[in-house]
Structures are given as C-alpha cells and as structure tokens.
Design a protein around this ligand. Sequence first.
Ligand SMILES: [Zn+2]
Length: 238
Amino acid sequence: MRFLSEVVMVKNVARTLIMIVVLLAFPLSAVAAGHTLLMDPAHGGEEAGVNLSRTVHEKDVALAVATDVKHKLSRADDITVRLTRSDDRNVSLAARKKILQESDVDIVISVHVNAGFGQKAEGYEVYYRAHTPPSTQKDDSGEIVRDMEQTRRFNNSVFLAQLVQKNMGRVFPRKGRGLREAPVYLFGSLKAPAILLEVGFSTHLDERKKLRDPKIQQAIADALTDSVMEYFQAGGAS
Ligand SMILES: [Zn+2]
C-alpha cells in the first residue's frame, strides 16, 4: 500500500510539474512572440496611382492611412506593425511581393483607392485572398496538412475582411460594396492571411473630396486599427 501510494504520488508530482511547465510556457511564448501586422500602402514615388486632386494621389492617401495605423498600434505593446514603405518611394510589385513573402507576419493589409465604373460608383471594397482548391491527392499526410493550413489561412482572411467591412461602416455608413474574393497577385504564395482595402472611389465627386480629408484618413486608420485588435483578441478565426 505504501509503495503504491508513493508511486501514485510521484506520478502526480510529475504530472503537476508538466502542467506547470506547459502553463508557463504557453502564455509566455504567446506574450513574448506577440503579433505582427504588415501594412502595405499601395504605389509610391513616380507610381502615384489614381489622382484625387492635382496634388493628392492614391499613394498619399494609402501612406497616410498605413502610417497612422502603425502610430495608433504602437500603443498596443503586443502588436508590431511593419510597412512595405514608410515614405514616398516606389516599391515595385515584385519587391513588395518579396517583402511580403520574407516577413514573418501574422496578417497583411494593402491599402488602395479605387477608380472607374463611371462617376457614380462609390464606396469601399474589401478583397480577401482567393481560396486555392484543395489538392486531389490526399494520400500523403503533408498534402492534407497543407490543405488544412490553406483553409485556415482562407478563413482568417475572410474573418479579417468581415471585421474591416464592419468597422469601415462607421466611416462610410451604407457605402460598403461587400466582400470580394480575388486572386491578388501580391498575395500569391504568401503564408499569412491577407486583405486588400479599396477605401473609396477617386472618380466619385463627393468621395474624392472626403478621401483627401486628413480626418477621414484618420477615421479609416481607426477602423483598421480596431479590426486588427479585434482579430488578434479573437485569436484569428479559430
Ligand atoms: Zn491602387
């Protein structure tokens, strides 16, 4: 009896120790690692994008929004924000894609300004990366894991897009043009969930004026900041 209870006790001590180690390791690694967001302000330099006036272009609005998101999130100590560009320079699509692929980030947000479809089109659009159809060859377990990772990435992209869609509604009530799935070139073979936000139309007279307003740009940055916080608080879509 005595021997048995000692064995049980040793086992319990071992189990408790393992539990303590697990409990300590997990939250610590989560806090220490934190979250990383990559903001991608579109265009830059001689690549001005669409124009909102003779002097203000898409590149300026995108940079203002992206840098403001970085500034606002600097107050959250567990979120690090990186930018594909932090000033008015042209970063080629290929170079941008390389930055995206090489940075070990949790989510990616590209910011653009829309144009076209006549002068009546208005409102913001949120694109999430397209879902790659699952592979048909299911005989190797690596393939199954890759499919699962892809599905998770897709679900997280949709989840982030939904949050942005909701929060952008505060800036432009009833102006959301919905979520759209798109095979965004920039997001190809990217490991992280990613969305592209078209903040509004430069070709729409009223919107064109609003998008030039620094207060509106800050409100868009607020909507993105809140979306990112909500995303990480929920632990992604999982
Ligand atoms: Zn653009």
